[in-house]
Design a protein around this ligand. Structure first.
Ligand SMILES: *[C@@H]1O[C@H](CO)[C@@H](O)[C@H](O)[C@H]1NC(C)=O
Ligand SMILES: *[C@@H]1O[C@H](CO)[C@@H](O)[C@H](O)[C@H]1NC(C)=O
Ligand SMILES: *[C@@H]1O[C@H](CO)[C@@H](O)[C@H](O)[C@H]1NC(C)=O
Ligand SMILES: *[C@@H]1O[C@H](CO)[C@@H](O)[C@H](O)[C@H]1NC(C)=O
Length: 537
């Protein structure tokens, strides 16, 4: 049979009896790649012809025909198509888009007669240009609906999405997905900042390959939230002139801008830190006030206020001093007033101490109503000492000190010293009398004035005529008072007072014994050396 005729015959009659010549299709191949349409045959023997035809759904054309002696390839497939004589496989090199369609095979063998088969080939365009685009450049949390569209080039595409590493699953409430032939859109209602925390990646795939988009970051603006002031807690009083400041923070994207309110009215100050200086500049440092900050987000257009805090700016106490009596005070006569004042600051409490111990009113001590003045009436010798006035407020405290001098005395005189001494003994008599200021002391002997002044009457070597009555007179020039004391002393013959050996005598004896001992030892050594050595001659 003429081949052309045969082909024509087959094209006209076709064949619907598939007899396990071809596997089920379709066969997919990437555009430009070589494809082999395999038969299920392994050993093709005694065939009259193998014909491969192509149909695009309308027209059928011959691709190639294999005869026992030759392979005939249609002009349209010249150098591209080839039939394997062993299996009947059709190899098609450098596939084109137009190669997509149905391929049929007809085989005539003497043993089995004519067998036919049909298989679909899909030439897939490679997946490329996978990209995500958002309908919104910037989204507002809880407000915006964002549509991300993933587009790609290629045929028979399937799209999928991941957020970070997790696959995106539509819940058809907040997240929905819509697939089109060349694109997929992901709709996110009421976007959350968590949607922007990780990138979205879209994948487009056909049967043969998968391509990913580059990661796409959503921009979601949010806040302000958690608007708060520090330091916490705020103390009720703030020291004037200190470096105190309030700091406002907020969770916000983009970063919030801050303004301030004082007693519910806007302040001129702006920025995250409100300094004491700023408060002073607006004249709010005189009274108690409430403060809050307002955080504003330029993108979300939301503004949120911090909780209110309240405090009083208070000037620290300084320049504390005590004014005391200018006149000379004498015990038992007169009044002492100590007045305590500060040059600056708010004084909320005053207290008094004497020599470090707290003073309270009572007896001779009275305080003015505000405790700024301490009055002692009448003054007494016990009032001598250091007085402290302590002024305090919640931001500081400061002390002032004053030394109060109350003149008194002299008190009765006491004389210490021996009453009996031996001739040549050294003698010291000491006279003491408590007195402010210290008393002037003069001495008399047998009621006769001496030249000795001061507390000590010193006799270097006693003589018999030192026996007699010693009188000490103490005189306070401020109080004008004088006290007198007397002391009898008798000078006796040497050795009459059994006092044992003096320290000096004991030391002398000990030294004498030691010297004698040393001499004895030296002598022994000297004698040993002097033993005569016998002469060998
Ligand atoms: C997306 O965000 C990640 C970190 O979250 C960052 O490393 C990456 O550079 C961002 N990509 C783009 C395109 O902005
Ligand atoms: C957020 O949504 C509300 C109502 O849905 C709207 O009034 C407001 O203007 C939106 N805010 C922004 C910043 O778009
Ligand atoms: C107190 O002092 C005044 C004046 O210095 C004096 O006149 C008066 O006598 C004194 N009184 C006593 C009790 O010492
Ligand atoms: C001092 O008086 C005593 C007796 O009171 C007398 O024994 C003594 O001799 C007198 N001394 C002188 C130096 O007058």
């Amino acid at each position: 049979m003429d081949l052309k005729l045969l082909v024509a015959f087959l094209l006209i009659t076709g064949s619907s009896s598939t007899q396990d010549v071809l596997p089920p299709g379709p066969v997919d191949i990437t555009l430009g790649k070589d494809v082999v349409l395999k038969t299920l045959l392994t050993d093709l023997k005694d065939f009259a012809f193998v014909i491969w035809n192509y149909s695009d759904g309308k027209d059928q054309v011959n691709v190639a025909t294999l005869l026992p002696t030759e392979l005939r390839v249609d002009d349209a497939y010249k150098n591209r198509a080839w039939i394997d004589p062993k299996t009947g496989n059709l190899r098609l090199n450098a596939t084109k888009k137009e190669d997509s369609g149905d391929y049929s095979i007809s085989i005539l063998q003497t043993a089995t007669g004519t067998r036919t088969g049909e298989i679909k080939l899909r030439v897939l365009e490679p997946v490329s240009n996978v990209a995500i685009q958002s309908d919104l450049k910037e989204a507002i949390e809880h407000n915006s609906t964002v549509v991300l569209t993933c587009t790609a080039k290629g045929s028979f595409l399937k799209f999928s999405w991941v957020h970070g590493t997790a696959p995106v699953v539509a819940d058809d409430k907040r997240i929905s997905l819509k697939e089109e032939e060349q694109s997929s859109s992901l709709t996110i209602r009421d976007v959350l900042r968590s949607d922007a925390a990780k990138p979205f990646i879209c994948s487009a795939a056909n049967k043969l390959e998968t391509e990913k988009s580059s990661p796409f970051n959503l921009t979601v603006f949010y806040g302000p939230e958690k608007v708060s002031l520090s330091p916490t807690p705020i103390l009720p009083f703030v020291r004037a002139g200190s470096d105190f400041s309030l700091t406002c923070t907020a969770v916000s994207s983009p970063a919030a801008t801050f303004s301030w309110i004082h007693d519910k009215k806007p302040m001129k100050a702006a920025g995250p830190v409100l300094k004491l200086q700023d408060i002073k500049a607006e004249g709010f440092d005189k009274t108690k006030g409430t403060y809050a900050c307002i955080a504003k987000n330029a993108k979300t257009l939301r503004h949120v206020s911090s909780p209110e805090v309240s405090f009083t700016v208070m000037e620290a106490i300084s320049g504390v001093s005590i004014t005391g009596p200018k006149t000379t005070l004498i015990s038992g006569n007169g009044t002492a007033s100590l007045e305590c004042k500060a040059t600056a600051g708010v004084v909320l409490s005053r207290s008094w101490l004497k020599n470090g111990a707290a003073l309270s009113a009572g007896g001779r001590l009275t305080f003015s109503k505000d405790e700024s003045t301490l009055t002692i009436n009448p003054v007494d010798k016990d009032d001598n000492g250091e007085y402290t006035c302590r002024l305090a407020n919640p931001v500081n405290s400061e002390d002032a000190k004053f030394k109060l001098v109350v003149n008194y005395g002299p008190e009765p005189v006491t004389i210490t010293g021996k009453q009996e001494v031996e001739v040549d003994d050294a003698v010291t008599l000491t006279c003491a009398a408590a007195s402010v200021p210290p008393a002037n002391i003069i001495w008399k002997f047998n009621d006769t004035a001496t030249t000795v002044k001061g507390p000590n009457y010193v006799i270097e070597k006693a003589v018999y005529k030192n026996t007699g009555l010693y009188t000490c007179e103490a005189h306070n020039t401020v109080t004008g008072k004088k006290t007198v004391g007397t002391h009898h002393m008798m000078v006796k013959e040497a050795g009459t007072l059994e006092q044992g050996l003096s320290d000096g005598a004991i030391a002398g004896i000990v030294i004498a014994i030691l010297v004698a001992l040393a001499a004895a030892i030296a002598l022994i050594f000297y004698c040993r050396q002097k033993v005569p050595v016998e002469s060998p001659y």
